[in-house]
Design a protein around this ligand. Structure first.
Ligand SMILES: [Zn+2]
Length: 489
């Protein structure tokens, strides 16, 4: 890591941690406790000072111990005290995290956080921004800066890989005419006119002066003209700052959609939202300085899983396998009635994928989707497991996630040793046909969209929607999920 570049880009609140980390890494090997003559040490030849004495680690029989020490003439430098090293876990080096006992997932969050910081010397993701003349320029810039930072993590993963264009139009709720012009220009004859000027709905958003909302459109998927179009309205009175969870979550989708135009048909529904939820969750709070918020955030995801699987805490692997086997459309687990289930369960699944295989291998998986391989083929080629084997591993992981006490360690868990995948598919990948368009969702269907006022109720042609708190976010939830219920026309 080039610390100079990183420190120049770090936000102020992280600078102190970095400076402390640098101080520590410049000193001689870190010792957990002040040395004492005859006490155990770990590395022959290493030295440490305490109480004006300099001790050297020597071999005594089969043991390594501190020698009797020599007095230092100059005034002794203060040696790092254990309490100080406790605060130094912002450094990526394992030495400085070694004193804190953490659950396995925390190391994944720390790695992701570190990945984002390290990636800040990357170039920007090639968004093609289009700002309307009326949009609040300050708020638009704030959003762009937040996404620019978030996307650098993916620029590092992509490492020069060609991606499809992502056009991003940002406008105010008063810019209907401007939006229409952009859509005509970008989407031509097959334009998707998602803004209804009569109802003032934009996709699934009810526009107002205080909203930040939008929709995306994959244009001409599976053709050479493919591009991803994102349209956002920043209300003229919108005052909030970008939420790190949302920004990093949506950035994962920008990454996914800039690499692949459509996903294999055998892809479980936890995949796309699970990856986005993991990064959104891991990057919402700095685990090193705000550990409790991170833990709370993750516990909220457990609560969401329990809403749909009330016995999650006592499941044995076999029961999780059943849950995982049902994670396909149109099963209820993947339907909009259980919208958050795939996000939350997906996040825990992705914790495991990240920990076991790492982001580079998972990137290869995404590239294989682009080539046209199925999920099952890709798993065998890249991860060396079949779907059934993966589900078994995931089930064991989920039992651990929902068990009462989880093992803690001062070091990150090591991935399972695995033979190099040798699977070669006998067939060549079939270029995936253009996906059948998903049935148009009514713009009145607010289910799952974000809202801002808790307990606000909207009634429209699709029913009654309540603004409820899900985890850290407020989202519309359909009040009557009964499919047989009579809908108002
Ligand atoms: Zn998402």
């Amino acid at each position: 890591m080039n610390t100079l570049i990183v420190s120049a880009l770090l936000r102020p609140r992280n600078q102190m941690a970095l400076i402390l980390a640098l101080l520590l890494s410049l000193s001689t090997p870190v010792q957990a406790a002040a040395p004492k003559a005859g006490a155990k040490c770990t590395k022959a030849g290493s030295t440490a000072t305490a109480g004006g004495m300099k001790f050297t680690c020597i071999k005594s029989g089969t043991k390594l111990v501190w020698n009797k020490g020599v007095a230092i003439k100059a005034s002794p430098k203060p040696s790092p005290t254990p309490t100080r090293t406790q605060t130094l876990d912002a450094s990526p080096s394992p030495a400085s995290t070694s004193l804190i006992e953490r659950e396995a997932w925390e190391f994944t969050y720390l790695k992701i956080w570190n990945e984002l910081e390290k990636a800040q010397n990357q170039g920007s993701f090639p968004f093609d921004y289009k700002l309307s003349p009326n949009v609040n320029q300050e708020k638009a810039k704030e959003s762009i800066a937040a996404y620019d930072k978030a996307m650098k993590l993916w620029m590092a993963i992509l490492s020069g890989e060609k991606v499809s264009p992502v056009v991003w139009a940002i406008m105010s709720e008063k810019d209907y005419a401007w939006w229409k012009q952009v859509v005509d220009e970008q989407e031509g004859k097959s334009a998707n006119y998602a803004w209804n000027p009569t109802t003032n709905m934009l996709g699934h958003c009810q526009l107002s002066s205080t909203i930040f909302c939008g929709y995306g459109n994959a244009f001409k998927a599976n053709t050479s003209e493919y591009k991803f179009l994102q349209y956002n309205v920043i209300g003229s009175n919108y005052a909030s700052s970008p939420n790190a969870n949302t920004v990093n979550h949506e950035s994962v989708h920008f990454y996914q959609l800039s690499v692949v135009q459509s996903f294999p048909s055998d892809l479980p529904c936890w995949y796309v939202e699970g990856q986005a939820s993991l990064y959104g969750g891991a990057l919402e709070f700095d685990l090193t300085s705000n550990r409790f918020s991170s833990i709370r955030q993750r516990n909220n995801f457990k609560s969401i899983v329990r809403q749909y699987q009330p016995n999650a805490d006592s499941y044995v692997p076999k029961e999780w396998v059943e849950v995982l086997k049902n994670m396909y459309y149109p099963h209820i687990s993947c339907s909009s009635q259980q919208d958050y289930f795939k996000y939350a369960l997906g996040m825990f699944v992705w914790e495991y994928l990240y920990q076991q295989f790492g982001p580079q291998v998972m990137h290869q998986v995404l590239l294989d989707f682009k080539t046209g391989w199925s999920f099952n083929e890709t798993l065998q080629m890249r991860l060396g497991v079949t779907l059934d084997q993966l589900n078994d591993e995931l089930a064991t992981h989920l039992v651990e996630v929902f068990s009462k006490s989880q093992p803690k360690s001062t070091i990150a868990p090591t991935p399972k040793p695995r033979p190099k995948p040798t699977f070669t598919p006998t067939s060549t990948p079939t270029p995936r046909p253009t996906p059948t368009p998903t049935p148009e969702r009514s713009p009145d269907d607010l289910n799952g969209l974000s809202c801002s006022k808790e307990n606000e109720i909207i009634k429209n042609s699709q029913g009654e929607f309540w603004c409820l708190k899900f985890g850290e976010r407020y989202q519309w939830a359909k009040n009557n999920p009964d499919p047989n219920a009579k809908r108002t026309p």
